[in-house]
Design a protein around this ligand. Structure first.
Ligand code: IVH
Length: 667
């Protein structure tokens, strides 16, 4: 029996240590399998000797059954809140006020990131986690001990020399990645989504059933010692170091600074790097380092004078969704967007925001008239995150996608398995505008001087009904348009003229065929050599072009079945736009139609050069072996591609054979 007890003790110590390495330091020393083996052994011994189970055992993180309601925890020392400043001037004013109250004393500071989660207080008694509570009103919080126990970075027991009784404070949060994962799961299960990581963390911690909390990827950073029996370090920075040595998880972003100017630098730095921080922050917290000065400065209302939050611009705000508008994209996609009551988010007024597609609107249950959360984060276009359901009046309307295109009245279809509804009328004016600006853009026909304004003017004046109408334009047509001088009109005409000799792939790309980007256009141009070949190609022939799959083939085929599109091509031809490859015909390149995959290391030249040489000779290089692959070039230490190629019966080439093939092709 004594031996068993000893082994159990040993196992718990080891497991606690490895938990600490994994969850607190983020640097495990053993594999998951080894860890699991230790846990399994401990579980088995505890099952055989249930009288030896203690609440601190690492097997007991989810111990308790669900509760009806949370109990109350009184905070021995109230949990304060923080005053906010929003600019360097306001920060300097805070600093000046504090300095004036303690004349002649110099001060240093600790800068921390302000985590956007949920404040909690943990008390320890005789080295064991005793209670875990929310902040509540600062004096009394909710007892959420059972839920906090499920967070692996919260130690259940501490080393022997820890203070007999003390309380630490920190922020429970969900990382951005954890939040995304949780919401994806909820979407799959048809559950309402959380608006942001903060709400998700708060909701998870306030679960009545710890078996649900344990499944949420919650974490914690400790940022203060609330109170302690016995001696404590004289500064905040040393307190943080001390808490770290006790095994608590501390934020790696904490910084010690001696000058208020450095605080400004810290703020600016992390505002710029905000996207790269793994959790959401709404600013930084500045704390005067000396605990003695903290005591002298004291509190005003609920806010300490010795600390302040220096906020980042907000990324979210709530406002009313007045209506849902529809814009028609270049390829006919009907894109719903939110028309909002103007609201300021981080200093920018927002009137419109993205709504993705119909399915997304339904999934998030966004209704016209709702109060919604809007967000401006890394992305350029603000997003509607979701509705605030509690603010509904019952007057809200469910959105329905129109069955006719708002731009041309044409039919709207929704291809099976696709989330996006489309207008299939190719002469839809909404599409022509987008198509025209695409057609003249740099990677397409590269016609300089036709910006958005001129494109709109050309369409509005009726001079242009499709992209081919550009070519018969004369200088006087343009000069007659508003704000168009003789000189710029001449420049545009010249640019149009020059575009007649663009390579075939650019013309193909410029047509705006769905799923045909510049790279695919290049493949098509070199495979077919001229536009006629492409226009007449059957789906089967299209599928024989390397890297072209059914989706692209289908889209190209549909495009050229449309009478209006064939007319445009005829007009382009008549206007003198070159619709075939230049003199050195691609068809004559020796490796046209052959697809290469390379695996392993080649001795003679690097991968990039290998690929360049294949492409120069008209071949295609792709990354994975499929039925369409002609050759797999096998270098040293080949990967799994070799097995795949063998299974498919793909022809294999050694490096030597490959070199030989290149030489032959070059002849
Ligand atoms: S110190 C008097 N440090 O911000 C000190 N708070 O309004 C008050 N918070 O509810 C707390 N990160 O949960 C402190 N590094 C940090 C913090 C932080 C986030 C939260 C805290 C509190 C709120 C203060």
């Amino acid at each position: 029996m004594e031996k068993t007890e000893k082994r159990i003790e040993e196992l718990r110590e080891q497991i606690n240590y490895h938990n600490y390495r994994y969850y607190v330091l983020d640097s495990p020393e053993i594999s998951d399998a080894e860890y699991d083996a230790l846990m399994a052994e401990l579980r088995r011994l505890e099952e055989e000797h249930p009288q030896l189970i203690t609440p601190e055992s690492p097997t007991q993180r989810v111990g308790a059954a669900p509760v009806e309601a949370f109990g109350v925890v009184e905070h021995l020392v109230p949990l304060l809140s923080l005053a906010n400043v929003f600019s360097y001037d306001e920060l300097l004013a805070w600093h000046r006020r504090a300095s004036n109250l303690i004349p002649g004393r110099s001060m240093d500071f600790v800068c921390e990131l302000k985590l956007d989660g949920l404040a909690v207080a943990l008390t320890y008694s005789d080295g064991r986690l005793a209670t875990g509570a929310t902040r509540g009103d600062g004096y009394r919080g909710e007892d959420i001990t059972q839920n906090l126990r499920t967070i692996r970075s919260i130690p259940l027991s501490l080393r022997k020399d820890a203070p007999k009784k003390f309380e630490v404070r920190g922020e429970v949060y969900l990382s951005k990645a954890g939040f995304e994962k949780l919401n994806e799961e909820r979407a799959r299960e048809g559950q309402p989504l959380f608006a942001n990581p903060r709400n998700a963390a708060a909701g998870s911690v306030r679960q009545l059933d710890p078996r649900i909390t344990v499944k949420r990827p919650l974490d914690i950073y400790i940022y203060a010692l609330g109170w302690a029996e016995g001696n404590v370090p004289p500064t905040h920075w040393e307190t943080l170091e001390y808490l770290k040595s006790l095994g608590f998880k501390m934020s790696p972003y904490n910084a010690y600074v001696t000058d208020i100017g450095e605080v400004e630098n810290y703020h600016r730095h992390w505002l710029e790097e905000r996207e790269n921080i793994e959790f959401e922050t709404d600013g930084i917290v500045i704390k005067i380092n000396s605990l003695d000065l903290q005591r002298q400065l004291g509190v005003v209302g609920h806010d300490p004078r010795w600390a302040v939050a220096y906020k980042f611009p907000a990324i979210q705000a709530t406002t009313r969704l007045l209506d849902i508008g529809i814009s028609v994209g270049r390829t006919g996609s009907l894109n719903p967007f939110a028309i909002l009551e103007p609201v300021s988010v981080g200093g920018v007024t927002i009137k419109q925001a993205a709504l993705h597609n119909e399915e997304d609107i339904r999934r998030k249950d966004i209704r016209i008239g709702d109060t919604v959360i809007v967000q401006r984060a890394g992305e350029v276009i603000p997003q509607v995150v979701g509705p605030v359901v509690s603010k509904r009046s019952g007057e809200e309307r469910i959105f329905v996608m129109p069955s006719r295109c708002p731009a041309c009245g044409g039919e709207v279809v929704k291809p099976q398995g696709e989330a996006v509804a489309r207008c299939i009328n190719t002469s839809c004016p909404a599409q022509i505008y987008e198509l025209l600006t695409h057609f003249v853009s740099r990677p397409a026909m590269d016609i300089d001087g036709i910006g958005e304004k001129l494109a709109a003017a050309l369409l509005n004046s009726g001079l242009i009904k499709d992209v081919a109408d550009l070519y018969p334009l004369r200088k006087h047509d343009l000069a007659a348009l508003e704000r168009m001088g003789e000189k710029s009109a001449a420049n545009v005409i010249n640019a149009i003229e020059r575009s007649k000799d663009r390579p075939l792939f650019r013309v193909i790309f410029a047509l705006g065929i769905r799923h045909v980007g510049a790279e695919t256009a290049e493949l098509l141009a070199s495979h077919f050599g001229d536009m006629d070949g492409l226009v007449k190609a059957s789906e089967e022939e299209l599928l024989s072009v390397p890297t072209i799959g059914p989706k692209i083939a289908d889209s190209i085929h549909l495009f050229f079945r449309e009478e209006a599109n064939l007319k445009v091509i005829e007009k382009l031809r008549k206007a003198g736009v070159r619709l075939q490859e230049e003199a050195a015909k691609a068809k004559e390149l020796p490796l046209v139609g052959q697809e290469f995959v390379v695996t392993g290391r080649l001795e003679d030249f690097p991968r990039s050069e290998t690929e360049a040489r294949i492409k120069e000779l008209g071949g295609a290089v792709v990354s994975s072996v499929t039925r369409k692959t002609t050759f797999l070039v096998v270098g040293a230490d080949p990967g799994s591609k070799l097995e795949k190629a063998r299974a498919l019966g793909t022809r294999l080439l050694s490096e030597e054979e490959f070199l030989h093939l290149l030489e032959e092709a070059n002849k």
